[in-house]
Design a protein around this ligand. Structure first.
Ligand code: F6P
Length: 472
């Protein structure tokens, strides 16, 4: 059934700029959320509300655009242009790092965060103000299409659903949280009015989705502890996934083949790959340390193995992120200084947003290292096996949402245990061909039958099943 949907997310499916010739050009929005949601566009009648991020997006914000994805189906796109200061507080002070850091357990609580006057201002005049602007845009779209279901996404928008609900008690509202939900005490970092407001905002939805049961249960627990609300019946677990046909096509595309030739020409006998945003939650520094321990314990493997780290620079206006990028560069340098020899660099660190290169590395890995501290899902762990051509083994953090699905076929690691990660690398590199092939094909079969369309269908079915009976 074709449905009317209003998708609401901070980052939109495209962002616009002007090229040197002054023409408007569209760039596909980054991140797993946007990629996965694009699957909705072909099947449903979608209006997408997103923040205007570039100057050109702002210029377009007055109108609702009729867009189409590259050779894709049409949808309506509405940019919300926020006041610059408000958006800075919303994105760079409250959403990331504060909410992101709480939900990924990243604070060193002896020192940070400090909730001072300026944070209160950032909350009220930034996070709450931007959420109110999103809510107004949703209300206008609901005036136009009163029957449309609203799909909010992620931690940027915890307050908006309550504002919409107050004005439209009968609207169908769903929210998907793409990052981990921590246990209730983690929220004690925030003053009561803030932690209550964000739980209350989420609970204004008919359906609240999470990637794994672990995050869903934590939410139910924290709604009970903080607000005394029983949320169980309104929550669902729906694991985000990828479009396997997209990766099948990408794997043989000219850009990927060119990048693959380069990687193949430089690689030693064994290649460990990691592909991440430069986010503290991704645990890149400990990953380099683990590789160092592996090389120290296995001198026979020096020159025969290297680590290719393809890292997309992320959120660099936030000091914690800029510092983390510096820290991981220092760590890679330290490991390289310790071990490198003529013609062999243990860690090949490439800091660049280059998706074709990432897919090429997916094809070439013998070991894929995903050692996130905490991660809502981690799509790299699902994407890379699909195109891998070397019976590669995935070494996967037990704290990534993907672990709940792929646990039996990966080599599991505790993200803090660098010794354990070094041993896991050894185990993966030593594993016999048959076992590696078996694990890889079981992983691929799982991802192919639990693809992004299944994720979307699960949510729509939940709306059909739950919205009518539990709306509030
Ligand atoms: O859900 C997490 C997420 O919003 C994903 O969409 C994406 O992987 C990433 O974070 C993008 O972050 P940003 O929009 O801040 O670059």
């Amino acid at each position: 059934m074709r449905r009317k949907l209003i998708v609401v997310s901070n980052r939109g499916p495209v962002s616009f700029s002007r090229n040197d010739g002054g023409e408007r050009v569209a760039k596909r929005g980054g991140g797993g959320l946007v990629t996965a949601l694009r699957g909705l566009l072909a099947l449903h009648d979608v209006t997408w509300i997103a923040s205007a991020i570039s100057d050109e997006d702002r210029a377009l914000a007055e109108d609702t655009l009729d867009e189409s994805t590259r050779d894709g189906p049409p949808f309506r796109l509405r940019f919300v242009a926020h006041e610059e200061q408000a958006y800075d507080w919303f994105y760079n002070v409250v959403s990331n790092p504060m909410l992101w850091f709480i939900q990924h357990h990243l604070w060193e609580l002896a020192y940070a965060p400090v909730i001072d006057r300026s944070f209160h201002t950032a909350w009220d005049d930034g996070y709450a103000a931007v959420n109110a602007e999103f809510a107004s845009a949703v209300l206008e779209e609901l005036d136009r299409e009163p029957d449309a279901a609203v799909f909010f996404h992620d931690y940027h928008l915890y307050l908006a659903p309550r504002l919409v609900r107050e004005q439209r008690p009968d609207a169908t509202l769903a929210h998907f949280v793409h990052i981990p939900w921590p246990q209730p005490d983690a929220w004690q970092v925030l003053p009561e009015r803030m932690r209550v407001a964000l739980h209350d905002g989420l609970l204004a939805n008919d359906v609240i989705g999470f990637h794994s049961d672990r995050w869903r249960r934590n939410f139910v627990h924290s709604a009970r502890e903080l607000l005394g609300e029983e949320a169980d019946a309104r929550t669902i677990t729906a694991a985000i996934s990828v479009d396997p046909t997209e990766f099948d096509e990408l794997a043989s595309s000219p850009a990927v083949l060119a990048a693959e030739r380069e990687i193949a020409a430089r690689r030693p006998e064994k290649l460990i790959v990691r592909v991440d945003r430069t986010d503290p939650s991704k645990n890149i520094v400990r990953g380099f340390r683990a590789f160092e321990l592996y090389l120290a314990a296995h001198p026979e493997m020096r020159r025969r193995v290297s680590m290719l780290a393809l890292l997309d620079p992320s959120r660099q206006h936030i000091p914690e992120y800029a510092e983390y990028l510096g820290a991981l560069q220092r760590e890679a340098r330290r490991v390289n200084d310790r071990f490198q020899e003529d013609g062999w660099t243990p860690i090949d660190l490439q800091i660049e947003d280059d998706f074709p290169r990432s897919v090429a590395a997916y094809k070439q890995f013998d070991v894929l290292l995903v050692n996130a501290i905490f991660d809502g899902m981690n799509l790299v762990a699902k994407e890379a096996p699909l195109v891998n051509e070397r019976n590669g083994v995935v070494v996967l953090s037990e704290n990534a949402g993907a672990h709940a699905e792929l646990g039996e076929w990966v080599v599991s690691v505790n993200p803090f245990d660098v010794e354990g990660q070094a041993e896991a690398i050894h185990r993966a590199l030593q594993m016999g061909e048959d076992e590696r092939a078996q694990r890889l094909s079981a992983t691929c079969a799982h991802v192919r039958s639990n693809d992004v369309h299944a994720w979307i269908e699960r949510q729509l079915a939940a709306l059909d099943g739950l919205a009518a009976t539990t709306r509030r």
